[in-house]
Design a protein around this ligand. Structure first.
Ligand code: SAH
Length: 214
């Protein structure tokens, strides 16, 4: 239960008002305690509809964008989902309520370790957090039902699209690293890939390699 019911109620209302209509997505957003994923100093603002800073100069995404991307993925209970950009682990937690397994990759060891510990403590047992560069080397073998990129990419790598099952969906913010990107949804169809541009967003950039930390 939340310590601040009115704020959480506004949180749900705001998501609905902005067009999130799938009940399962709204329920997942209600169940995942965002206050556990933000910096201690930001707890009071956890249910505002804005991105917030986390360690390593990165951000936890705006709740509306998390809900929107989740809804656009059209998740099923048996899906295997791959996320690039674990950050706080919040998006992974929301996804995990609606699918079978989440594999999420992060290039900062501090963030990957932090998210792994936080998710375990909160009882999310169907999420695997991997340290690495998700664009260079998606972990494991086999394909994914869904892929979600939560850092800005200038184009969708072909190697990533090739890891989608037939009928699979990828969603990613595509555009310049610093500026406005467009959320793009790519569906793998019989004859290739179908691409749809959704809404404008702002994400921190996807960068190559495991991050060097001081
Ligand atoms: N989904 C996160 C927010 C993502 S912020 C959440 O719910 O909190 C974007 C994250 O992507 C950052 O933590 C950044 O370090 C990570 N990232 C950027 N490029 C990456 C890459 N190539 N591989 C893996 N992670 C990457």
């Amino acid at each position: 239960m939340s310590r601040e019911p009115p704020e959480k109620m506004m949180f749900q209302l705001n998501l609905r008002r902005r067009g999130i209509s799938e009940q399962a997505v709204l329920r997942a957003m209600e169940e995942v305690p965002r206050e556990a994923f933000v910096a201690a100093a930001d707890r009071a603002h956890a249910y505002r509809d804005s991105a917030l800073g986390i360690s390593c100069g990165q951000t936890i995404s705006q709740p509306f964008v998390v809900a929107y991307m989740t809804e656009q993925l059209r998740l099923h209970r048996d899906h295997k989902v791959f996320e690039i950009g674990t950050g706080s682990g919040y998006q992974a937690a929301v996804l995990s309520r609606l699918c079978g397994d989440v594999i999420t990759i992060e290039r900062y060891r501090t963030l990957a370790d932090g998210a792994r510990a936080r998710l375990a403590e909160l009882g999310y047992h169907n999420i695997e957090v991997v340290l690495g560069d998700g664009l260079d080397d998606p972990p494991g073998t086999g394909d994914f039902d869904r892929i979600i990129v939560t850092a800005a990419i200038e184009q969708v790598p072909e190697s990533l699209l090739q890891r989608l099952v037939p009928g699979g969906i990828l969603i990613a913010p595509v555009g310049p690293h610093h500026g406005v990107q467009t959320l793009v949804r790519v569906t793998r169809i019989d004859s290739g890939f179908e691409r749809k541009e959704l809404v404008d967003v702002r994400f921190v950039p996807a960068l190559p390699g495991i991050a060097r930390e001081l």
